[in-house]
Design a protein around this ligand. Structure first.
Ligand SMILES: [Fe+2]
Length: 245
């Protein structure tokens, strides 16, 4: 617990980890100069349904990939996240700082995996449901202003995603503080917020091989070229307008 307190006080504990101690109902605070904590019930996470059928994104992403990606990969992150959070709950209750510290990476990885995939599913839509239609509304204007054109944004994201070493994500985000759009990449399952606390994800593209390998093999650029045909810009615009009214 001393370690947890020190990490919080020095703002070292990643935001995902801090958020999870809150969702676990574990409060951390200083009262009268004393460090106090309290525990409520354990919150668990569940796999969200996809907003479309597994085959809805064909021919650009096969039903087989979507099935495995959702039911095996995303479910795996959720299961391991819940397991790690339960262990964290127990470790904190026992005051076992070493066990708390040890759980840090599992919580970041699996929690990030759950957060990122939950966004990713909403960022996609079948062609019949408007997938691939270029961004309209305020976000369309903002893209033109920040990147020159929609085509320039696509090129920038594809270039950064193709250059990403190993597994990770490429993002279009809104920096709420600077009031500007940004393109960022994150490694592994790090969420966009790890690149800056004021960044809000509008669009996240999964660049892990499990997202495309069964269909595209090692041709990541082909996957990136085709994914624009099923991007749900309506959803990204809704988030942008909520955050930037
Ligand atoms: Fe994935």
């Amino acid at each position: 617990m001393a370690l947890l307190r020190a990490l919080c006080a020095r703002n070292i504990l990643p935001s995902v980890f801090r958020a999870q101690t809150q969702s676990l109902g574990i409060g951390i605070g200083m009262v009268g100069g004393l460090f106090t904590h309290y525990s409520r019930s354990l919150h668990t996470f569940s796999l969200p349904d996809l907003p479309y059928d597994y085959s809805a994104l064909e021919p650009y992403i096969s039903g087989e990939i979507m099935h495995l990606h959702h039911l095996k990969h995303h479910q795996g992150y959720v299961t391991n996240y819940n397991k790690a959070l339960e262990q964290l709950h127990d470790a904190i209750a026992k005051g076992d700082s070493a066990a708390v510290a040890k759980l840090h990476s599992a919580i970041n990885f699996n929690g990030g995996g759950h957060i990122n995939h939950s966004i990713f599913w909403k960022n996609l839509a079948s062609v019949h449901e408007g997938g691939g239609e270029p961004p309209k509304g305020s976000l369309g204007w903002a893209i033109d202003e920040h990147f020159g054109s929609y085509g320039a944004l696509v090129q920038k994201i594809n270039t950064e995603a193709a250059a990403l070493q190993g597994s990770g994500w490429v993002w279009l985000g809104l920096d709420k503080e600077a009031n500007k759009l940004v393109v960022e990449t994150t490694a592994n399952q790090d969420p966009l917020v790890t690149k800056g606390p004021t960044l809000v994800p509008l669009l996240g593209i999964d660049v892990w091989e499990h997202a495309y390998y069964l269909q595209y093999k090692n041709a990541r650029p082909d996957y990136l070229k085709n994914i624009w045909k099923i991007i749900n810009w309506k959803y990204a615009n809704e988030i942008y307008e909520q955050e930037c009214p």
